[in-house]
Design a protein around this ligand. Structure first.
Ligand code: PLP
Length: 229
């Protein structure tokens, strides 16, 4: 596959424009979502200057993290994390964006190696109250945040959400706005947090306008995902 330099440049331009519209120039980070992509596709994007990559599955990510060791990349786990994989995740990733229960906090803290910097943590929020979806209830944020803050091997960085994919962009904006309010409330209790991760290929510009500081983009960068293997 061709290196996706063109797509990367296009996305960085839209990202920059949206950040200006939101009066927050230069504050939004791009996470390249590399699930289903090969190590060589990731290496091509890294060569074009992209540093942060997101993966959904621990087992799929491990060989890629290994292959690309030495490229100075930053790895984010953005998919649901089962408690029995917390030990592996705590060693392999730099960030876990999908923390949504107390049990996971303790497991990640216990397994984060002492020779690595603290693991960066985002709390995933089920903002549209979708049944069967992962993420914590908004009411649970404070207790989870306090639990993360109490762990020296974890660093609380903020919140993450995957809003319901409404066709109506106004409804998606409602979810982004609600997340922004939750983020601001959390920041008043935990002034060190700096990351609100929301917005994907189809809706990252409105997400930034509503307050996202990190957007997670897969298909718009790498092309449509191959059919499920
Ligand atoms: C796949 C995925 C993305 C990226 O989705 P695209 O529509 O391909 O940009 C972002 N966040 C999460 C949690 C995902 O699973």
């Amino acid at each position: 596959m061709e290196p996706c330099r063109g797509a990367l440049a296009d996305i960085l331009l839209v990202l920059d424009n949206a950040s200006h519209t939101a009066a927050r120039p230069g504050t939004t980070r791009l996470l390249a979502v590399s699930k289903t992509r090969t190590s060589s596709e990731i290496a091509a994007l890294a060569a074009a200057g992209q540093r942060a990559f997101g993966e959904n599955y621990v087992q799929e990510a491990l060989p890629k993290i290994d292959d690309l060791h030495g490229h100075g990349l930053e790895w984010h786990l953005i998919g649901h994390l089962q408690s029995n994989k917390a030990d592996v995740a705590a060693r392999a990733f730099d960030w876990v964006q999908s923390v949504d229960r107390i049990k996971l906090v303790a497991a990640l803290a216990r397994h984060r190696p002492s020779d690595l910097p603290p693991l960066n943590v985002l709390l995933q929020v089920n903002i549209d109250d979708e049944t069967g979806k992962h993420g914590c209830d908004p009411q649970a944020i404070d207790a989870l945040a306090d639990a993360v803050s109490a762990e020296s091997r974890l660093l609380l960085r903020g919140l993450m959400a995957i809003p319901a994919p409404f066709d109506d962009m106004a409804r998606r904006r409602d979810a982004f706005r609600a997340m922004r309010r939750l983020f601001d409330a959390l920041q008043s209790r935990h002034p060190g947090i700096d990351t609100l991760s929301m917005g994907m290929s189809e809706d990252f510009a409105p997400a930034i306008e509503e307050g996202a500081t990190m957007v997670r983009i897969g298909s718009a960068l790498f092309g449509p995902r191959p059919a499920k293997r």
